[in-house]
Write a protein that binds this ligand. Structure first.
Ligand SMILES: [Zn+2]
Length: 415
């Protein structure tokens, strides 16, 4: 009997799921909507084909479970079902489909596992509809803030009402908390959303850590003035200060391993062609898999901003508005994934994840690991997002090996 073409099957399944979308370019599938409902129906069918028992929990997470021996703990795998607006057909949902196919592959090979497996499709990772996200993994980890149920979408619908309208009982969320002793780990498969693997010419990469993030809000205040009448040496140009700080951030990040710095928003006042900018309001975001590196960069760039403001005679208001620590992946899962990708574990590509994932929240419950696939030209959150059947087939093969060998790995339990 010839083996099915797993990569082609993945492509086929993802095309079916991509049709569960609002009309328009790409995929738009927001949580607790008719599109979400349609995707759950398709996923239920797929989970059943993979031999899993399917249920929907109170946080809207679709759970496909393959029971193990009585009392055995479970290995959890999966990702999120939702997309951004006009996003792609792979982000999130591919991480649900590939472990299902890996389980089918193992079943065809007659493999019986000494533990349970659950494949999870979380409702909301992107946080596009409501100003919160990650409720599915947070519910399992016991870290979900019930106050978030009162947050509203742009139509004024609360998260609680949206979930109730979807047939869920959000009041039950605190009861979803899992016993860490019964969870062996979380393995999430995701497209890289960047160009590193493609550049390296490899289909798979192992994530070492999910970057921590901090954000700063910065206002530089100078003096708005006529662009024709005020000589250069008498100006207090807020934009020139903002530009200097932007370049300082770029220089520092280029010179520091594992550091990313981005000025992503800039507003000028008065913002007209013939006026010296009197005010520049900007953001600075810093990411690193190392909290020490990130925090040192935040301190250094705050100091640079003070110096720039002083020598340009500008007012400065700078504050850190957000900070989230890095999530290291469990070394034993990194090793297991590396061995699954390359047989001997040597030469597997390791990289940090610059983006946040469900794994960030699952880390509060259990050891986590992530497998990245390459994606065409690093494009994601866009209709052109693409992962080749070949890369998905490689990922299915690697996941099947990880599942087979997981029980041989040293298990983290409640210790
Ligand atoms: Zn994602």
């Amino acid at each position: 009997m010839t083996e099915p073409d797993w990569g082609a099957m993945a492509q086929d399944w993802l095309a079916r799921l991509a049709r569960c979308s609002e009309p328009g370019p790409g995929v738009t599938r927001l949580p607790f909507t008719p599109e979400h409902r349609a995707a759950l129906e398709v996923l239920t069918d797929m989970m059943q084909q993979a031999g899993l028992r399917v249920s929907l929990d109170a946080a809207g997470t679709l759970i496909g479970r393959l029971d193990g021996p009585r009392g055995a703990p479970a290995l959890l795998m999966g990702s999120h079902q939702d997309s951004v607006r006009e996003g792609g057909a792979y982000d999130g949902i591919m991480g649900v489909v590939l472990p299902l196919l890996a389980l089918m592959k193992l079943r065809e090979g007659g493999v019986r596992l000494p533990f349970a497996i659950e494949v999870l499709a979380f409702a909301d990772e992107e946080g596009v509809r409501f100003p919160t996200a990650l409720m599915g993994p947070r519910a399992l980890a016991g870290s979900f803030d019930m106050a978030a149920l009162e947050l509203r979408d742009r139509d004024g619908v609360t998260l609680r009402a949206a979930m109730e309208g979807f047939g869920l009982a959000p009041g039950e969320i605190p009861r979803l908390k899992r016993d860490p002793a019964q969870v062996m780990g979380w393995i999430e498969t995701h497209l890289e959303q960047g160009p590193v693997l493609q550049q390296a010419g490899t289909s798979l990469g192992i994530v070492t850590a999910i970057c921590g993030i901090e954000r700063h809000s910065i206002t530089l205040t100078g003096q708005a003035a006529h662009g024709g009448t005020v000589p250069m040496h008498l100006r207090r140009d807020a934009l020139a200060g903002a530009a200097e700080l932007t370049l300082a951030a770029e220089d520092l990040a280029r010179a520091t391993p594992d550091l990313l710095a981005t000025v992503g928003a800039l507003q000028l006042r008065p913002g007209v062609v013939n006026a010296v900018p009197g005010e520049a309001v900007m953001t600075l975001e810093i990411r690193s898999p190392s909290d020490r590196v990130r925090e040192a960069a935040g301190t250094e760039l705050t100091q640079r901003a003070r110096e720039i403001a002083q020598h340009r005679n500008l007012g400065l208001d700078m504050s850190r508005s957000y900070a989230q620590p890095a999530t290291p992946c469990a070394p034993e899962i990194v090793t297991l994934l590396s061995q699954a990708v390359t047989e001997d574990g040597q030469g597997a590509m390791h990289l940090p994840s610059g983006a946040t994932h469900d794994a960030s929240a699952m880390a509060d419950l259990c050891p986590v690991g992530m497998l990245f696939t390459d994606c065409r030209d690093g494009i994601s959150h866009h209709p052109d997002e693409y992962v080749s059947p070949r890369s998905m087939s490689d990922a299915i093969e690697a996941l099947a090996r990880v599942i087979r060998h997981y029980d041989e790995a040293p298990l983290h339990s409640a210790d």
